[in-house]
Write a protein that binds this ligand. Sequence first.
Ligand code: GLY
Length: 379
Amino acid sequence: MNYSISEKDSGWAVKTWEKIQVKMDAECTRIGSNIPYIPVDGHYRDLDAPEGIYWWTNGFWPGMLWQMYHAAGDEKYRRAAEGVEARLDEALEGYEGLHHDVGFMWLHSAAANYRLTGNRDSLRRALHAANLLAGRYNPAGKFIRAWNGDRTGWIIVDCMMNIPLLYWASRETGDPRFEYIARDHADTCRRIIVRADGSCNHIAVLSPESGECLELPGGQGFASGSSWSRGQAWGLYGFALSFAHTKKIEYLDTAKAIAHYVIANLAQNDWLPPVDFRSPEKPVKYDSTAAMISACGILEIAAHAGEYEKPLYVQSALKILRACDAAFSNWNKDEDAIMGHGTGSYHGTGKDADAPIIYGDYFFIEAILRLLGKDFLIW
Ligand code: GLY
């Protein structure tokens, strides 16, 4: 995709890519097939996340490695990514800790490997994950349920980013069932979670018997009725991807509505993302991951936009990326992680409160590679 960016912006993207290569080369040597999440004292520790091998972010490091392998061609990235993929078999076989985020985990590992190298073991792993995701479908309410236990009627906006695994599985197998489930989930999400002004809820609690909406909790945002910025980002990018896979115009319209809401709010905040767009002004809390995901989603919209609207999207994505790079990036190659000031949830006080989080770096790298026409669409 040619985003037609100015010479100045292109110069910045090229320089940033050079810095990413230096940083990723050093990180790959240190981390290899360990599974990183949040650095402690500047360094990642292996599997140092709440749910161990089942943690939802465990695919992002192999995702970064496959993007690097695709763009830079160095075999060491491939070897490290394959090592993580093999380790994730413990989760695939263990099953009990698995959840709706199998898309994040295996799109970035096995599905990426299969699509880049043709590895048949990777194909089997990714199809297995797609079947697990499809198995979470509730036909009465037409949604993919989130999490486990008694949350039988929970649907969350984040899951818009897992359903590309189902679009891929339908294409790969020639069996439309996976795509039907993905479309049903997207339609329900659009009807219940996205609001008329383009903002989104994080969670909706539905009746698992009828699909009736019972409650709209605040989830990882400030409160019920607020606007968790990463949730907006998952919806923005997720609907853009659903359009890319199905060509159903309502999905692109929804992605644009969310993007316009996000762009308007970020423009009010010097293009730096608060954790929630509808939270008190103080204390100031940032979530750089929301910005990185939004930038990728806005670039995806730009790829489908008409001639006159495309520059609006490309310029907005660049403003977000450049502002966050200037304010939050750490280019010291002796320390792990690039993008600081990520935040897991508005009220969280754990180590994911105001910290570099692995998926912030994944989406930053994807965005820069998109601008340079070197990305691989993992989704
Ligand atoms: N999908 C989980 C999160 O965004 O925190």
